[in-house]
Design a protein around this ligand. Structure first.
Ligand code: PGA
Length: 249
């Protein structure tokens, strides 16, 4: 089976000034000096360069939280993939449920954003996940399949393994209500099956779980065979908590 290096990502959302980001990185780096994991910080745009500079030579990679699909153009307020690459950013979160819910991010746009990120040399971290209503209605797999098929429609099968998928059930995000390891495993295994059917080398794809991951529950989630890492929101704002999650996995 291809090696799937554990991938632990901090999604800061709209938190941290440049100075606070610098303080975080300085506190985190000594704690993770020996890690073998891929550690990723998804910072607000303004703090990206600071995190890039402070983390050079460490295990930390840096991700943006969104991008526009065009290379440049009259899109006031937007940031493109080539701009991120020029700032030495490594990856980009796409399709987070908060962007789908509050900023009208659509599967049509994501179908352009994911290949645009790959073409520019950014690793896409594509988020998918069902609402509570969808889960209660037995629609979890249908929602995941629809999102994956739509958002990855224009990605060549041989490049699918470069996409990191984050399974984030909406009902577990920021609620303190974590999916059970069994629920998370079931969904991540299903996602891997969908990718396999799309022609991916599915055993090489990193699939993360996100939704109220904390130091206390990280180990049992990561112990599941199809969960290869975590996308951590609230608990990633404190360097000790985030380091503890990395150490627990
Ligand atoms: P949370 O957020 O850990 O605060 O639930 C996760 C996410 O939205 O990526």
């Amino acid at each position: 089976m291809p090696d799937r290096t554990p991938y632990i990502a901090a999604n800061w959302k709209m938190h941290k000034t440049v100075a606070e980001a610098a303080e975080f990185v300085d506190a985190l780096l000594p704690r993770i000096a020996a890690t073998q994991h891929d550690v990723v910080i998804c910072a607000p745009y303004l703090a990206l360069s600071e995190v890039v500079e402070r983390s050079r030579g460490s295990a930390v990679e840096v991700a943006a939280q969104n991008m526009h699909e065009a290379e440049s153009g009259a899109f006031t307020g937007e940031i493109s993939a080539p701009m991120l690459v020029a700032a030495d950013v490594d990856a980009v979160v796409l399709g987070h449920s908060e962007r789908r819910q509050y900023f009208n991010e659509t599967d049509e746009a994501l179908a352009r954003k994911v290949p645009a990120a790959l073409a520019a040399g950014l690793q896409p971290i594509l988020c998918v996940g069902e609402s509570e209503e969808a889960r209660d209605a037995g629609q979890t797999e249908a929602v995941l399949e629809r999102q994956l098929q739509a958002d990855l429609a224009a990605v060549e099968p041989e490049r699918l393994a470069e996409v990191v998928i984050a399974y984030e059930p909406i009902w577990a995000i920021g609620t303190g209500r974590t999916a059970t390891p069994e629920q998370a495993q079931e969904a991540c295994a299903f996602i891997r099956d969908v990718l396999r059917e799309r022609g991916a080398i599915a055993d090489a794809v990193r699939i993360l779980y996100g939704g109220s991951v904390k130091p206390a529950n990280a180990a049992e989630l990561m112990a599941q065979p199809d969960i290869d890492g975590a996308l951590v929101g609230g608990a990633s704002l404190d360097p000790s908590d985030f380091a503890a999650i990395i150490e627990a996995t």
